[in-house]
Design a protein around this ligand. Structure first.
Ligand SMILES: Cc1cc2nc3c(=O)[nH]c(=O)nc-3n(C[C@H](O)[C@H](O)[C@H](O)COP(=O)(O)OP(=O)(O)OC[C@H]3O[C@@H](n4cnc5c(N)ncnc54)[C@H](O)[C@@H]3O)c2cc1C
Length: 313
């Protein structure tokens, strides 16, 4: 059994892993650059409701108590309660390098561990577009300077932001490079997640190779988007070639002025601080496709944290 495990990141993945290790009696230190539990949920805008039903968002040992769908503030409170429930503490520290032998470099010190769990998530590492505000900084329609909003992207976040703008009677335009990725929220009277969650655990990763390699995004749920589109409230345009201030030039050469331009272009899983990603004793939790197709989602984190703790004990 390793003497001390370092868990980098205190979002859902780090907290879940710390709780599972504690339950198995493995000594672990949980660090986060922000020094508080919650990870992305400390910074995601409060107006968002999670697309997964609450029953698929619980972490090991404590389920959230909320209606069928949980909001970001409710989930943040759940994570605070989760840390307290399991007696987890978070040390404020940023890992800058993990050398072979788990010699870990922080900003101003170096320590050695026996194993390392990387649970650094993706929210701190947005894929940006020059001239646009990234979706991670989205603060809702009320924060916009005017009604004409260009949203770059054709998957989950782009669809959610477009729907929110349409509900607020703004004029959203979606810039989609290839095709819009949208699926119905419900199927046979049930939330689509009731089918996706079990399937994503056993489907081999090669069936979604493009997604696992970060080349493709997953579809967003239709919570009114198609109806807004049918009524002409949401417009679709092709890819953006250039942004100059508030003006966007599209690939067909046309230019249009907007009041705000938002890039819903996703995130990347950053782990450049690792010198050797293959070292025995190094584990990823919350990284896309780390263990299964569900690994970056809350329902995957729940499974993977348990697996990693079992392996480390
Ligand atoms: C808007 C939005 C909606 C979502 N909705 C759903 C949903 O409905 N259902 C679902 O299952 N999933 C959903 N997700 C995905 C899932 O919730 C996130 O992927 C989840 O936050 C991942 O948790 P994590 O702990 O891996 O990462 P994070 O929550 O990002 O936490 C990682 C932590 O690590 C810290 N960190 C990073 N690098 C370092 C370093 N070098 N040193 C120290 N600390 C570091 C970061 O600051 C951060 O605090 C959503 C995500 C977003 C952004």
């Amino acid at each position: 059994m390793p003497r001390c495990v370092l868990i980098v990141g205190a979002g859902p993945a780090g907290l879940a892993t710390a709780a599972c290790l504690k339950q198995r009696g493995v000594r672990a230190e949980l660090v986060d650059r922000h020094g508080v539990p919650g990870g992305a949920y400390r910074r995601i805008y409060d107006g968002i409701t999670l697309a997964s039903p609450t029953r698929h968002t619980g972490l090991p040992g404590l389920d959230p108590k909320a209606p069928e769908y949980i909001t970001v503030p409710q989930y943040r409170a759940y994570l605070d309660g989760y840390a307290a429930h399991h007696g987890l503490t978070v040390r404020k520290a940023t890992v800058t390098r993990v050398r072979p032998g788990f010699q870990v470099q922080f900003e101003s010190e170096e320590r050695r561990y026996d194993a390392v769990v990387v649970a650094t998530g993706m929210f701190d590492f947005p894929r940006r577009v020059d001239g646009a505000t990234h979706a991670s900084e989205w603060r809702g329609p009320a924060a916009l300077p005017g009604p004409r909003v260009l949203i770059i992207g054709g998957a989950t976040a782009a669809i959610e932001i477009a729907e929110e703008c349409a509900r607020a009677l703004l004029q959203p335009t979606l810039s989609v490079r290839s095709r819009l990725k949208i699926v119905p929220q419900r199927f046979l009277g049930r939330d689509l997640h009731d089918f996706i969650v079990p399937a994503s655990r056993w489907l081999p990763r090669w069936v979604a190779r493009g997604y696992c390699h970060g080349e493709q995004s997953l579809p967003g749920a239709d919570l009114g988007f198609r109806e807004f589109r049918r009524r002409g409230v949401v417009r679709l345009r092709g890819a953006v070639k250039r942004i100059d201030g508030k003006s966007a030039t599209f690939v067909n050469g046309e230019r249009e002025e907007f009041d705000a331009i938002v890039a819903a272009t996703g995130y990347r899983f950053e782990r450049s601080f690792l010198e050797d990603e293959t070292a025995p004793g190094l584990h990823l939790v919350g990284a896309p496709c780390a263990h299964s197709l569900a690994s970056e989602f809350l329902y995957g984190i729940r499974e993977d944290a348990g697996k990693v703790a079992r392996c480390l004990s």
